[in-house]
Structure formats: C-alpha cells, structure tokens
Design a protein around this ligand. Sequence first.
Ligand SMILES: [Zn+2]
Length: 259
Amino acid sequence: MSTARNTRVEPETKPAAEDRYAWQQDVTGFGAEGQARLREATVLVSRAGGVGGTVAVYLAAAGVGRLVLAHAGPLRLDDLNRQILMTTAGLGSPRVDIAEQTLASLNPEVAVETVPANIDAENAAALVDRCDLVVSAAPLFSERLAMNAAAVASGTPLVDAAMYDMEARLFVRETASDPCLACLYPADPPQWKRRFPVLGAVSGTIGAMAAVAAIQVLTGMPRPAAGRLTHLDFTTLTLRQVAIAKRVGCCVCGTARPV
Ligand SMILES: [Zn+2]
C-alpha cells in the first residue's frame, strides 16, 4: 500500500516578498535595477479586453507599480472567449471592477486604478499625462488615435497593439524621433466595424508581445519594436517588421502639427 497519502509535507519557509520577482531578475539586462524601474512606473492600459487584459496580467505579474485601466461597460457573455481577466461569475458587472479583482489576486503589490470609461479625445490627455507609458489596446481607431495624440503631446511612450482575425500588429513609439500612430493611420478607416473576428489566443499573443515591449521601454532594455510596425500572421506563422518613416505631413507629430 502506498504511504504517499499519509506523508506529511513540511511547509517551506515563508518566502520573502522579493522572491515574487526572482526569476525575471535573472533575465539579461533586467536585474534589480529593472525591477526598481517597474515598481516606480505608472502605466495606462486601454482597454482591459482580449489584448489589454493580457497586457495588464503580465505587467501586474512583473510588478509594475501602478496600472490605470480604462474600459467602459459591463461584462457580457460574448466577451469571455478572449478577455482573460474576466470570470463567468462576473457577468453583468463592470469589466474594470472584475479586472481589478483578478489583478489584486494575482499581485496585491500592484496598485490598480480603474476608469469606467473608454478613452476619447476629451479624457485622453488627463489620463496619459500622469503615466510613464501608454498601452493602447482599444478596438476602435478613434480611441487609439486619441491616445496617440495625447502621448505625442506629452512625450509619453506609446505601445499600440491590435489584431483582426488571424493577424496582429504591434507598434511602439518611444521618442519624438519615432513616427507616431497617425503617421501610419492618418484617419479613422471608415470601413472599420466594431465587431470583428477574434480568436482569444491571437489577441493574447499580441497582448503578451505588447507587455514585453512595455517592459523593455520602462526598464531600458533593448527595444527592438521601437519605431517599427511588427506584423504577425498566424495563417502562415510569420512575423515581419517594417521600419516606418515619420510622415512629414502628419498632423499629430509632423510639421503640419497645429501650434
Ligand atoms: Zn505622426
């Protein structure tokens, strides 16, 4: 007869709080200094869905000091194929409230501030100005462009992650010499629809890549995504990067910018 069931397992010594981050501090170029930089950082994530929710999970797990989550509306059943911060028990509750609870259970050291609204031209500047980095993970171009404009105006680094069907894109603007999102998309594409095909694993993949890019910018690690458009195609499983030129006539970051 096996005695395994009766074997008493002695509890391990209570781990020190810093043990939470021990494995990532071994990452090349990260270290204790990278951890300290994350702890001091405030990051705006909009929204907390299939892409942004994944970003928020990894930034919280990594120990970003403060997360500001912006997302309007209650959780619906058709959100749950991709919005991994959410729970079935939370149906009908505000999504930011569920996200806050999930992140608190993952890492109570992270301060989570919730904004029960989507980003628009009216509220973008006030939210972006007090953050060290903006993660734009909104499904609508109007929201993404509003965050971009506020990030350019305040000199805040922007990580923009988006997906459609089996394709995903990542764009990072770190400094004023980088192009901005409006250099790529001068206007809201009129054919874009709010509802589009989403496989949760695809939105989660680009969300995880956006989290890596955010951590690289915040900690000073090498930043291969900065100033570039990274395109991921799951139908061929290929990744390609395109260097984007700053558009001279860009009305947000170029010479046509209003003064
Ligand atoms: Zn621009």
